[in-house]
Design a protein around this ligand. Structure first.
Ligand code: G6P
Length: 606
């Protein structure tokens, strides 16, 4: 969603800001803008469309300045247009904003009565108006910002400047914002990949922090103006990791990075000799009385939760209840103090997932997050955290984050199995043995990517797809169908294979391809029967299995054979061909694979 960047220093800000905006593109946006401060004048340029459109619009103009703000907007209030794009200016105050101001109508009406004129449909525009009105009343810039913030309800990450002073202010509540620590310069952004080329030392701001940049340094204060101590953390990501490295798209690179990402996530944690899984600094509550585990997330991370349910229930025999984060707290879940909540999020900034964590904490339930981003809100605020080591994921459609999340869930299951005493050492050693072989097996699938590309060529023109699977393969096909929808805009529906005859079978004819995930597991025979039902209606079959002699293999030209593994690890392997199928179809159709229309990488509003 919206991306923010701010810079103040000795260098010309334009290129620094535009380069950072390019790095924020992956978050998803529909317009972009920049404001540059030079000699007590501020110049603003905004465009509907891409950052490159903004860059083109700027060529020929003399955009100068060593201090500035820039923004990519993902429309919430008001259509994507130049007038709704940020920065917004009122009087001498300029603001960029990520988040939603829930009481903006109220503030707007109040200001309108006092003669303020608005030029956009956004919620954001009330912010510069309020700040400017306090400055006009004689208030100092920082105080005007502090007072304004106390009046805002909702979420915000803000970048603010004023014309008559060389000061830059950033503030945050429930939307991500980080400060890059560089001597003599000030830089802040929505996330680390945006400014990783400038520094790898970051302060991850906390809610209600206000940062005042002035004279080559900065202070963090609270809403009352008290000084706060915030310490930088070093992130071991590099600029190169956030680049395409020769691949046509980030998504393709990230699909191919999965063997490494999973190996990195296992590294230092799986001890085959000791038959143990070790997580640094993880303090779980007493598990002896555990009643239920909740697994909560959004999007692809939610599919990891569904897979987690199968992994935990089939091995530990502990009930797992899964929930979509945006649904969770509105249905008044019935908690028990002995429960545990696992929240899964690549970014650690998804607003609904954070809200679900808070709901659990308010009820005194232990919360554990599985996150990919150090310093993210979820990682900081949950009671425990296990990081996936996927590295920066830039493609909007999640791939390597998903498989590393499943890897963590599997490790956690084995860890808890030992703690609970329900697994002996040999069992855990066996699980570790299988897990350690996964990266190699993933690689063997990737080595056959051209077969999937060929399949994609044959199926790229179909308008609808049905995905079917049973047991743990059911959430895997949900994720496969989501990938196809997200990036190719083809309608794809996932159905539990056994449920197909209760509705979707009515759709099947020769124009309707069916992707069947059917490894040789406990669900094999039943799935074969469901595939027969598809073929009997002349449906086109794409079969993904680990069994070369699969009963249905000679009934279609489109078969992909995967390596075998144990039931609980199958999703790690089956994810890859389904990701590749979606990728190649989208690529052949020529869609914007890394930034699909209407989607955002990090959904920071509810
Ligand atoms: C967005 C992204 C998805 C992602 C979901 C949850 O919808 O486009 O790829 O799965 O958010 O994000 P999270 O960062 O919480 O895993």
């Amino acid at each position: 969603m919206c991306g923010i960047v701010g810079y103040m220093g000795k260098k010309e800000a334009f290129n620094i800001l535009i380069d950072a905006l390019k790095r924020l593109e992956y978050r998803g946006y529909d317009s972009a803008g920049i404001a540059l401060w030079h000699d007590r004048a501020i110049e603003i340029l905004r465009r509907k469309g891409k950052v490159d459109d903004l860059r083109v619009a700027a060529s020929g103009k003399q955009l100068k300045g060593t201090m500035g703000l820039a923004h990519t907007r993902w429309a919430t209030h008001g259509i994507p247009s130049e007038r709704n794009a940020h920065p917004h200016k009122a009087g001498e105050v300029v603001v960029v904003h990520n988040g939603i101001i829930e009481n903006y109508m109220e503030i707007k009406e109040k200001l309108k009565k006092r003669g303020h004129r608005f030029t956009s449909d956004t919620d954001t525009e009330v912010i510069p108006h309020l700040i400017n009105s306090y400055i006009e009343e004689g208030m100092d810039f920082v105080d005007a910002v502090r007072l304004t913030i106390t009046e805002l309800e909702g979420s915000y990450a803000l970048g603010i400047m004023r014309q008559h002073e060389r000061t830059l202010i950033a503030a945050k509540k429930e939307s991500p914002l980080i400060v890059g620590v560089i001597d003599g310069e000030a830089v802040f952004a929505s996330d680390a990949p945006a400014i990783i080329d400038l520094t790898n030392r970051f302060i991850f701001l906390e809610d209600n922090d206000i940062v005042v940049f002035k004279d080559g340094g900065f202070n963090v204060i609270d809403i009352k103006g008290n000084k706060l101590e915030r310490h930088p953390q070093v992130v071991n990501w590099t600029g190169a990791m956030a680049q395409k490295g020769g691949y046509k798209h980030f998504m393709l690179k990230e699909i191919f990075e999965q063997p490494r990402a999973v190996a990195d996530t296992l590294m230092g944690r799986v001890k085959e000799e000791k038959a143990q899984i070790e997580f640094d600094d993880l303090k779980l509550p007493d598990l002896k009385d555990i009643r239920k585990i909740w697994m909560i997330a959004c999007g692809t991370s939610y599919h990891a939760c569904l897979i987690g349910k199968y992994i935990f229930e089939s091995t530990l025999r502990i009930p797992v209840e899964t929930d979509i984060a945006s649904e969770f707290r509105y249905r008044e879940p019935i908690f028990d103090k002995r429960d545990m909540i696992i929240l899964i999020s690549q970014s650690g900034e998804t607003a609904d997932t954070i809200a679900a964590m808070k709901e659990g904490k308010n009820h005194g339930i232990y919360t554990l997050s599985i996150c990919n981003v150090l310093g993210s809100t979820l990682a900081r605020e949950s009671d425990g955290v296990i990081f996936t080591h996927a590295g920066p994921e830039i493609g909007v459609a999640s791939t390597k984050a998903f498989t590393t999340q499943i890897s963590v869930l599997f490790m956690l299951m084995a860890h808890m199995g030992r703690l609970l005493g329900v697994m002996d050492k040999d069992t855990v050693r066996g699980l570790i043995y299988e897990l350690k072989r996964i990266p190699h097996k993933m690689q063997s699938i990737l080595d056959q990517a051209s077969l999937i590309e060929e399949m994609a060529r044959r199926f790229m023109t179909y308008k609808n797809f049905l995905y079917i699977g049973r047991g743990i393969n059911y959430p895997s096909i949900m994720e496969g169908a989501l990938k196809l929808k997200e990036i190719s805009y083809i309608h794809a529906e996932a159905y539990a294979a056994g449920e197909m005859k209760h509705g979707p079978i009515a759709l099947i004819d020769e124009s309707f391809p069916v992707v069947a995930l059917s490894p040789h597991d406990r669900t094999y025979q039943k799935t074969c029967s469901n595939i027969e039902e598809v073929l009997a209606r002349r449906g086109k079959l794409l079969l993904f299995t680990d069994m070369p002699e699969h009963d249905m293999a000679n009934r279609t030209d489109s078969v992909f054979i995967m390596p075998t593994t144990i039931y609980e690890l199958q999703p790690l392997l089956s994810a890859i061909p389904l990701q590749l199928l979606a990728y190649y179809i989208a690529n052949l159709l020529g869609t914007d694979v890394d930034q699909p229309r209407n989607l955002a990488k990090s959904v920071t509003v509810e």
